[in-house]
Ligand binder design. Sequence first.
Ligand SMILES: Cc1cc2nc3c(=O)[nH]c(=O)nc-3n(C[C@H](O)[C@H](O)[C@H](O)COP(=O)(O)OP(=O)(O)OC[C@H]3O[C@@H](n4cnc5c(N)ncnc54)[C@H](O)[C@@H]3O)c2cc1C
Length: 367
Amino acid sequence: MRVVVVGAGIIGSAIAWELRHRRIEVALIESMAEGGHTSAASAGMVNPFSLTPNDSPAVPLYWRSFQMYPAWIEQLRERTGIDPEWRANGTLRVALSPADRETLHATYEWVRRYDPSVQLIDGNEARRLEPALHPEIGEALYLPNEGWVHTPRLMRALHRALQQEGVSIYAAAPALSIEVQGIRAYGVRTASGLVQGDAVVVAAGAWSGALLQPLGIHAPTEPVRGQLLLLTDLPLPVSRILSTPVGYVVPRANGTILVGATRERVGYDLRATAEGYAHLTRTLSQIAPTLMRATLVGHAVGLRPDTPDHNPYIGKVGGYEGLYAAAGHAYHGILLAPATACAIADLLLGGETNLPIAPFDPNRFAR
Ligand SMILES: Cc1cc2nc3c(=O)[nH]c(=O)nc-3n(C[C@H](O)[C@H](O)[C@H](O)COP(=O)(O)OP(=O)(O)OC[C@H]3O[C@@H](n4cnc5c(N)ncnc54)[C@H](O)[C@@H]3O)c2cc1C
């Protein structure tokens, strides 16, 4: 069997790697010289609960993917010699207003069903753990097991693993169309010709909806721009994720932090803007004002692949044989990469998976 995967972001790369483990031949097609700009620009939080205000049918897959993370990263590190810096130091999700406090209490009730180690702590205890937190923060939800990865390193490791595993990589070769005969997908057309396979997986991030649309498939994806600041020389160290409804701070192993992120519907516009900078510095001043004295060393931008319900498409595309979607991972693509890869490989090889992907049916918006 030969599978053609479109898109070398974290999702397409993770799928290609998983398929090679299962001894499947893979061709990976990528528009850019090196794929996954958004994946590498991401904050890298592996946080099954922190971005979800309510329990939802999507959470079981977040949780399963989170549980897969340590072994997935370790395998990647061992195979490639590149350390993606997985750190499970935890998250402090802090309340900035009385309404936030209510949300924290409600979140605590459902999160502890998954992870009994979650705790509600007062502001003093939160500042004992993270002295940089704003002096007026009164309460926090402490999720001691959540973590993060260094996404540029993670992408480098994945791409190196794919080269080592003998994946045929077609770089700087945008997929122009998915080729079908009758109802069977048999390849992908690029400017240099047809790349044939027994199945096609569309993992082209925010561009996926447009690739599927000419086949009459309505699985829309829309870019949501996210900007992040990178700071160093911190007056106080940060060792956990500090998360709020307005933004977050994510530490890295070398003592720098990321401050994120904007959520902007501005199309495929990858510019870092003064407005984005202003938003992020305001966010930082609300979370940890002393860190405003740190040195600014970077301003990253990515395009999240959003969908109408903010949930990804993971599964077989209805009406066709051999056509699969793994796209639209919006705010959770880093977290969801291992579970998405495993689910797609299960479906390709056995027609089913025991991973909880029912809420992510690519056909749910079909007209
Ligand atoms: C600022 C920011 C912070 C984030 N923080 C987090 C976080 O903390 N945790 C988390 O889980 N998620 C986070 N995300 C979301 C996460 O980054 C995305 O969900 C994830 O990167 C999506 O991965 P992807 O592989 O689907 O898309 P991408 O990384 O965009 O990869 C898609 C690839 O497909 C290629 N492509 C497109 N069209 C074609 C074509 N026609 N032919 C060939 N190739 C094509 C593109 O060039 C690209 O390389 C964040 C995102 C941003 C922007």
